[in-house]
Design a protein around this ligand. Structure first.
Ligand code: MG
Length: 463
C-alpha cells in the first residue's frame, strides 16, 4: 500500500530516526489512525520509555487519539510489557507504547497493541495503514477525548509478577542482585520488584532522567563494564535490561555474561520445574525455530516438551495459546509468562531465574554449567523469499538433509539429535539467514557451509 511513511513499518511498530524518518506530525496521524481503526474510539493506555524524545512523541500520540475521540490513560515512563498489562487491568480499547526498544537514542517508535493485550497482527496493521491513508474525520469540540494520568501502573506490574512466583522461597535465599536498567524504563519497576522479592538490590543506571550510558542493546560487548561491577560488589547475579525492559540479559556471580540464549532456557527450567511440582503432567514451552536447542535438553530433563513456531513474537504467542504453554519466548532474552502478560517481560524473567536459583540452591554459574553447551553460527546470504520457497521443494531430497527431521513452517530447518541448521528469508530485506547450532563451532560452521554450498548462495555478512 502506498503512503507517505518513511519510517520502518511492521507489526512490531513504526520505527524511525526522529526528525528524519519519523516526526511528531507523523506520530499524531498514526495515533489518530490507530484510534479510529483499532481502538475504535475507546480508551487507550499510553506509555513511553525514557528516551529524551518520549515526552514530545507521547504528547503527539495523545493529541492524535483525543482528536478522534479516544480517552487517553497516560501511565508515564513504563516498561513495554506494562502497557498490555494495563490494557487488561483497565479493560481499555487498546494501548500504545512510545519506545524504540534497544535502538540508540536518536530513534523512537510506536508499538501498538490490540484490545486483547497483544501486539497488533498483520491484518490490524493493514487496517491501521488504510485508516492512515484515508486521514480526516476529526471530532468537533464536544467529541474530543480526555487525557488522564495514572501512576499505579508500576506497582500493578510488580504485584502481577509477585503473584507468579514463590516470593517467600526467593526471599529466604537472601540473594544480592545487581540490576542495570541502562537508565531505561525498567528502572520504574525492576529495582522495586527485586526488593519486594526480598533481594539486596544494587541498582545501576537506574535514573530515567539521564541518557543511555552506552549503546543500549544488551549484548556481550555492551555489558562488559556491568560484568565487572557484578563481581566487584559480590552480587549473586546481574540483570541487564534493554531501554523498554522487555528483554533480559544475565551476568553470573563471576561477572561473566552468559549470553542472551540462556535467559529463556533458565526461565523455562524454572517454570517447568514449578509446573511439574504443581501437578502439570507435561509442561509445554514455546519458542521459535531459530532459538537454541538447549531448551529441548532442559525440557527433556524436567519431563516437559518444546513446541517450535515461525520466527516473530506473534507466532510464538499463537503457539503458546494453542498449546496452553506455561512459558514462551525467543533467544534474544525475551520471556513471556501468560499468567502475567502476553508480551516479553524482563521483570518476569528476573523473578523466574531467581526462583530457580532459590529452588535449586545453586549458583548461577553452576546452573549454566549443568546445561549442555552448543555453538551457534549466524550468517546472511543473498537469497530472497522466492528463492527460499523454491529451495524448500528440493532440499529435503538432497544429501545435505540425510537423516534429518525437517520443518518448513518458516523457511527450512534440518534437525538431527544434537545439531540443526535453519535457512529462512528475512522479513525486512531481500536476503536470508542461515543459522546453525552444534556441539562445536567447527561443526556449526560446517553445517552452514554445507547448506550454503547445496543451495548455491553467497554470504552477505557474517562468517
Ligand atoms: Mg525491547
Amino acid at each position: 500500500m502506498s503512503n507517505d511513511l518513511r519510517c520502518v513499518v511492521s507489526v512490531s511498530g513504526f520505527r524511525g530516526i526522529v526528525g528524519e524518518t519519523i516526526d511528531p506530525e507523523t506520530v499524531m496521524k498514526l495515533a489518530a489512525a490507530y484510534g479510529r481503526s483499532i481502538a475504535k474510539g475507546g480508551s487507550v493506555v499510553l506509555g513511553r520509555d525514557s528516551r529524551p524524545t518520549g515526552p514530545l512523541f507521547a504528547d503527539a500520540v495523545a493529541t492524535g487519539l483525543r482528536g478522534v475521540g479516544c480517552d487517553v490513560i497516560d501511565i508515564g515512563v513504563v516498561p513495554t510489557p506494562t502497557v498490555p498489562l494495563m490494557i487488561q487491568e483497565f479493560g481499555a480499547g487498546g494501548g500504545i507504547q512510545v519506545s524504540a526498544s534497544h535502538n540508540p537514542v536518536e530513534w523512537n517508535a510506536l508499538k501498538c497493541y490490540s484490545p486483547d493485550g497483544r501486539n497488533i497482527d498483520k491484518k490490524q496493521l493493514e487496517t491501521l495503514l488504510q485508516a492512515y491513508a484515508a486521514g480526516g474525520s476529526w471530532q468537533s469540540w464536544s467529541g474530543l477525548g480526555r487525557r488522564t494520568c495514572d501512576t499505579s501502573a508500576p506497582q500493578r506490574h510488580i504485584d502481577a509478577v509477585l503473584a507468579s512466583v514463590d516470593s517467600e522461597l526467593i526471599a529466604k535465599a537472601g540473594l544480592t542482585v545487581l540490576c542495570d536498567s541502562v537508565n531505561g524504563a525498567g528502572a520504574r519497576v525492576a529495582p522495586d520488584l527485586l526488593e519486594a522479592l526480598g533481594c539486596r538490590v544494587v541498582p545501576l543506571y537506574a535514573n530515567i532522567d539521564r541518557v543511555f550510558p552506552r549503546d543500549p542493546e544488551p549484548n556481550a560487548t555492551n555489558v562488559r563494564e556491568t560484568g565487572a561491577v557484578v563481581s566487584a560488589v559480590g552480587a549473586d547475579i546481574g540483570f541487564v535490561q534493554d531501554p523498554d525492559a522487555d528483554r533480559l540479559a544475565i551476568i553470573d556471580e563471576k561477572g561473566v555474561f552468559i549470553g542472551e540464549e540462556y535467559t529463556l532456557v533458565l526461565c523455562a527450567a524454572a517454570r517447568m520445574a514449578a509446573a511439574k511440582a504443581a501437578g502439570v503432567a507435561e509442561p509445554v514451552a514455546c519458542t521459535n525455530l531459530s532459538t537454541s536447542r538447549m531448551i529441548e535438553d532442559v525440557a527433556a530433563s524436567l519431563g516437559g516438551r518444546v513446541v517450535r513456531s515461525a520466527v516473530g513474537e506473534a507466532n510464538v504467542l499463537d503457539a503458546m495459546q494453542q498449546e496452553q504453554a506455561v512459558l514462551g519466548g525467543e533467544g534474544n532474552g525475551g520471556v513471556i509468562d501468560p499468567r502475567v502478560v502476553w508480551c516479553r517481560d524482563s521483570q518476569v524473567g528476573m523473578a523466574l531465574v531467581l526462583e530457580y536459583m532459590a529452588r535449586t540452591g545453586s549458583k548461577l554459574s553452576e546452573l549454566v554449567a549443568s546445561i549442555p553447551t552448543y555453538a551457534m553460527h549466524k550468517e546472511k546470504v543473498g537469497l530472497d523469499r522466492a528463492a527460499v520457497a523454491k529451495i524448500i521443494d528440493w532440499l529435503p531430497d538432497h544429501a545435505v538433509a540425510a537423516g534429518a527431521d525437517i520443518d518448513v513452517q518458516d523457511g527450512i530447518k534440518l534437525m538431527w539429535s544434537d545439531r540443526w541448521v535453519h535457512l529462512r528469508a528475512s522479513g525486512t530485506e531481500p536476503v536470508s539467514r542461515i543459522i546453525s547450532e552444534a556441539p562445536s563451532n567447527d561443526i556449526a560452521l560446517a553445517l552452514a557451509d554445507a547448506v550454503r554450498g547445496a543451495v548455491g548462495a553467497q554470504v552477505v555478512t557474517g562468517h
